[in-house]
Write a protein that binds this ligand. Sequence first.
Ligand code: GLU
Length: 299
Amino acid sequence: MSTPVPAPSYRGRFAPSPTGDLHAGSLLAAFGSWLLARHAGGRWLVRVEDVDAPREVPGAAQRQLQTLAAFGLHPDEPVVFQHQRGALYQAALDQLLSTGQAFVCHCSRTVLAANGGIHRACVATAPRPDPAVRLRVEDGTLITFDDAIQGPQRQDVARDVGDFVIRRADGCWAYQLAVVVDDADQGITDVVRGADLLDSTPRQILLQRALGLPQPRYAHLPLLLDAHGRKLSKTDAAHPVDPNNPLPALRTAWRELGQPAEALATSLDVPGLLTDAQAVFDPRRIPATASTKVAALQH
Ligand code: GLU
């Protein structure tokens, strides 16, 4: 009789939204999360975050998956698509509504604008046909956590964010809810992603607490900036990586992860490069901020 294999103590993931092709910044997140999972002897999953139908680019999800494959980044389990998981999000929403931790909100963006867009109490004077659902954030809700790369973090969620949307007025599931439900359902122990999501993390921790879910460890990778110092965005169609020429982009991501360039200088192909990378990768070298602007990487 075979002994059951214990669940790995590290489960990481890469969770792209199909709003465009993968660019150098998304490759950094994919490669970084893959390297950290491999380094820990854990599993690495891919989840397509396709809950935001209005922003989805047709065909982008399949192209992203093909690009990951071309870069040798193969998930250890079947890819999960958020658009198929509405029942899980609905169950979480029902739980939060039934305990009074979430509420239906008729406020429009226009009425909230007077308060900097932050919701503290409903101010709508008339019901709308398409209300949103928000998580209630009590005054003085201070969230602190230790990020493995960015260090200690704190946010006063009531003051800086307010009651936040978990199901949007257009009926779409909010990213914050879907990501928390899925990370827990998939047993993710380590969330590794770009530092642009650092300020979403306190909201996700609040949702985990409200739903009685475990809190994963967090590591927010350095963000690649464009020549103007702005974050690269898939919707800008900014600098997509070339799946037909993976080695240069992998080497660039490797350097931006603070790893020694010479370790991959002589790797001949993708499998060889990934093997070389795993042998040398040291998470302690990952910097909090990227050193190069992407315009400079093109040469
Ligand atoms: N889907 C998000 C994005 O593409 C990432 C979510 C996450 O890693 O938590 O920006």
